[in-house]
Ligand binder design. Sequence first.
Ligand SMILES: NC(=O)c1ccc[n+]([C@@H]2O[C@H](COP(=O)([O-])OP(=O)(O)OC[C@H]3O[C@@H](n4cnc5c(N)ncnc54)[C@H](OP(=O)(O)O)[C@@H]3O)[C@@H](O)[C@H]2O)c1
Length: 295
Amino acid sequence: MKKLFITGASGFLGWHLAQLAQTAGWQVYGSYQSRPIELAGVSSFPLDLTDAVSVKLVMQELKPDAVVHLAALSSPNACEAEPERSYQINVVASSELAGRCAEAGIPCLFTSSEQVFDGLHPPYREAVPVCPINRYGEHKAMAEVEMRHRCPNLTVCRMPLLFGAAPADSFIQPWLRAMRAGKAVDLFIDEIRNPISGTDAAQGILLTLDLLMRGQAPDLLHLGGTERLSRYAIGQTLVAALEISEAKLNPRRQSEVKMAAPRPPDVSLDSSLALSLGFRPSPLRPALEAIRSQL
Ligand SMILES: NC(=O)c1ccc[n+]([C@@H]2O[C@H](COP(=O)([O-])OP(=O)(O)OC[C@H]3O[C@@H](n4cnc5c(N)ncnc54)[C@H](OP(=O)(O)O)[C@@H]3O)[C@@H](O)[C@H]2O)c1
């Protein structure tokens, strides 16, 4: 069996990917930083990716056949509040890891974000130059460039907003907790995303990884969903799919709420290339209904 090293296996996407990768025939090794994980069949271990010496040792001992780099400071507000911490993990550590992959002669898949765009001219194809408006997007864009410089055998998958059920929350869990407690939830009508489930995201990554292992993956791939929805519309779909009769949703505009990080209005990704390669993300409602018992 080939060995796959997944960084950030304790995160929302890592939890989905680590399990699905095993079913695709990989022997999975997953690192975490602060939240130990136990997943059947996954060898997990702590690793601070900003510790370059430890990363080098892990790569030398593990000898993986491929790396999927998910670990990140993934909250835009946290990146805005702690830019140096964001730079160290999102840019420096990513670049160092790419260097280790190149040394080992193995491919690397990196998950970037839709937030490398300003949200003013959607939908975004891969060829559109990046234009981030917050620190998170800026650091993801820098990582894309620096990682490619260090490791030419790299595919960058730009991910949209992800939802699902996992030990690590996605954006819908805080909404669900508030809705079920009968508290009003403020949701933007002018912030548009094309969300996909954690399962579909993991499937898209595995599809790309398979191409990467055969030397057939594009350098850059958008893995967005097929629907463009406001956060308010996502909330309405959640209420309908899960039949939350006590939910109260307040339509809001971005300009009415002060946030630490500027928020791009519509970062919908054009994912025609991924669709042509076999990526098949589910629309929101059936995807929510499929995991209803876990939400
Ligand atoms: N979720 C989304 O909607 C979304 C959208 C677009 C792009 N992405 C990208 O997709 C990737 C996965 O996102 P996610 O939602 O799964 O993120 P997440 O739930 O926030 O998980 C982040 C992971 O990174 C690890 N980590 C953080 N700092 C670390 C460090 N210094 N050393 C080692 N590990 C560290 C965390 O470990 P511990 O938890 O153990 O501390 C955790 O496993 C990220 O690159 C993110 O930017 C996500």
